[in-house]
Design a protein around this ligand. Structure first.
Ligand code: FAD
Length: 395
């Protein structure tokens, strides 16, 4: 597969080489199977083992703990190439990396020493267990409780929509401890933890979604991550920032897959005496898709460079990248299906999977509306409205 020309020159030699390796892996081991996994709503275990063997599960784990320690842009390129092939597999990389990254940033030394090597080599799969039936966008509303009991914490509550919860060995859980948000590590084999599959989702159907119920689930006090009161604003926020960054790049790949499929079909399919690519209204869709892919990639690259530099502006840049990339992917998927006509909604064309997966991207890691709220507010901070403008409209 040829490297898209738009941003290749912005990458270092090492990043270009890494990207070519990720693309080859995705083309050989993911693209041919993604539709089947989607239909079967299942990702075979061998795939997680293969990802581990390639080092992709250790992408966010520092080298000293046995991970790949990828720089932010290379991490993004991995998620774009995997996202181009299969959003469910990209989701696994996302949540697993979120747990690893939060632990690396906020875990105690013994938590890092114990878990990071296992997360890096895939001995343990991580899942991010935050959402509850009554707490989605508003995570302040989390109702799962933790109470101290001697040397233990005891957790009770329900989590749902937990990506790869069916396979996870380790859950990063948000709960309330003395009514303050706190993050905990909960191993799968703890008593009082019950994991049930969630099936029939619209998109990312091979992401092994689960409901996780904790009924008096007892964990050692050493499983608390970070300090009580900082579970949401520090531990979970750190994980979500990486998750958002990963999903943004995944959407670049997804939108690119839509564009490639649409270009191929529009070149091959003839109606009214010419290929679809010759019809101007089809060209309009192809032009928007191509522009969307490039713009999304550039926003992601910008966010990646800021992340790499440790610049706090990376948080805002990542919101913007995720907002743009996920909406661009959803538009591109809709247009790709449109260009395919009836074939686009049939079972043999990946574009119908892209459309379903793209919808999910507008909901997870901060929905489109939540991002719009944040970005509108930050626009006022970046471009303050002076008093003259306010007075002009007040009468
Ligand atoms: C496939 C999939 C995988 C997931 N994986 C995980 C996972 O691994 N771990 C995990 O913890 N969670 C996971 N989630 C849950 C996900 O994080 C939530 O779905 C998301 O946070 C939104 O919450 P909600 O679905 O409860 O929607 P709600 O918060 O109920 O929102 C519903 C709608 O209202 C809008 N809305 C909400 N508040 C406002 C507002 N103030 N202003 C304007 N509009 C608003 C939202 O944008 C949305 O369109 C997953 C979800 C999906 C679909």
């Amino acid at each position: 597969m040829r490297t898209p020309p738009d941003t290749a020159s912005d990458l270092t030699e090492a990043q270009r080489t890494a990207r070519a390796g990720f693309a080859a892996f995705a083309d050989e081991h993911l693209v041919p199977y993604a539709d089947r996994w989607d239909r079967e709503e299942r990702l075979p275990r061998e795939v997680t083992e293969h990802l581990a063997a390639e080092g992709h599960l250790g992408a966010a784990v520092p080298i000293r703990y046995g991970g790949a320690g990828l720089d932010a842009v290379t991490f993004g390129l991995l998620h774009a190439e995997v996202g181009r092939a299969c959003s469910s597999v990209r989701s696994l990389l996302t949540v697993h990396s979120m747990v690893a990254h939060a632990l690396d940033r906020w875990g105690r030394p013994e938590q890092r020493r114990h878990w990071l090597p296992r997360l890096a080599d895939g001995t343990a799969l991580g899942a991010f267990a935050v959402t509850e039936p009554d707490a989605g966008s508003d995570l302040q509303a989390v109702a799962t409780t933790a109470r101290r009991d001697g040397d233990d914490y005891v957790l009770s509550g329900r989590k749902h929509w937990i990506t790869f919860g069916q396979y996870a060995d380790l859950f990063l859980v948000l709960a309330r401890l003395d009514d303050r948000p706190a993050a905990f590590l909960v191993e799968r084999d703890r008593g009082g933890l019950d994991v049930r599959p969630m099936t029939g989702a619209l998109g990312t159907r091979a992401s092994m979604l689960a409901r996780v119920q904790m009924d008096g689930c007892r964990i050692p006090a050493a499983n608390l991550v970070g300090r009580p009161g900082f579970g949401l604003s520090a531990v979970i926020a750190t994980a979500l920032e990486l998750g958002r960054y990963s999903v943004a790049w995944g959407c670049v790949g997804l939108a690119e897959a839509c564009l490639r499929a649409a270009l191929g079909h529009a070149a091959a399919r003839r109606q009214f005496g010419s290929a679809l690519r010759g019809h101007q209204l089809v060209q309009r869709m192809l032009a928007d898709m191509g522009t969307g892919v490039t713009a999304a990639r550039l926003l992601c690259l910008r966010a990646g460079r800021l992340r790499e530099a440790g610049d706090p502006a990376s948080v805002h840049a990542t919101w913007m990248a995720k907002y743009f990339a996920s909406t661009a992917a959803a538009r591109a998927a809709g247009d790709a299906v449109q260009i395919h006509g009836a074939r686009g909604i049939g079972p043999d064309e990946p574009v119908q999977r892209y459309l379903r997966d793209a919808k999910v991207m507008e909901i997870i890691e901060g929905s489109t509306q939540l991002q719009q709220i944040m970005l509108a507010e930050s626009a006022y901070q970046m471009f303050p409205v002076d008093s003259y403008d306010t007075e002009r409209t007040s009468g």
